[in-house]
Design a protein around this ligand. Sequence first.
Ligand SMILES: Nc1ncnc2c1ncn2[C@@H]1O[C@H](COP(=O)(O)OP(=O)(O)OP(=O)(O)O)[C@@H](O)[C@H]1O
Length: 235
Amino acid sequence: MPETVFRTEGITKTYDTGEVKVHALAGVDLELFAGELAVLLGPSGSGKSTLLNILGGLDHASEGRVWFRDLDLTDLGDRALTRYRRDHVGFVFQFYNLVPSLSARENVQLVTDVAPDPMRAAEALELVGLGHRLDHFPAEMSGGEQQRVAIARAIAKRPEVLLCDEPTGALDSKTGVQVLEVLKTINDQFGTSTVVITHNAMIRKMAHRVIRFADGKIAGVEVNDTRLAPHEIDW
Ligand SMILES: Nc1ncnc2c1ncn2[C@@H]1O[C@H](COP(=O)(O)OP(=O)(O)OP(=O)(O)O)[C@@H](O)[C@H]1O
């Protein structure tokens, strides 16, 4: 049996905006396994980002419980959640959130300077195919290159889990493939448990498992017996 990395039990999330209550998550029971690459697929507003933010310790569920391995995240306070994120979680977002005034290497060093057992910034950038761009600034790089710097920054601390929210959402298909290839390489090489949120149904083909979301609930889970590498996917 594979080890469980995340487990959720009956989590809900309700946003109370005053006039209306939005039920972003309506009871989610989910297990994610060590070393797997899971794709979270579903229409806009179905609750994918809300779930990812709760798994990553950026937010709390309204009800239900969430574990990262043996650590119960449910009632952790801000300091403990910050420590959890720092020690275990790498995030990749749709927009790369790089510091414009810092080079690629310096952006990655922001993380490696405070992590307990980081790789060198240059090593992380080589892993994402940017060993030749160490001293370039974000404005001198394409969207796909900037996203790869963001991935280097996320993995340089050797996190156990990598949570990616629409990592190719702002990219054309060619650069999107390069970014997905990098995520696959990291998952293969380091066994980093990886969750990728997407609207793009084709991306499901690279996953070990596909979790379909609809209306704040899991609508189905599929296991891919045969996976495709991103460059083999017909976009
Ligand atoms: N901070 C918030 N305040 C109020 N409502 C919110 C907030 N964040 C999310 N929502 C609502 O919760 C629901 C789920 O949003 P969520 O971002 O999780 O969906 P999603 O599946 O990730 O969508 P997308 O693919 O468009 O990012 C939506 O109806 C959204 O409008």
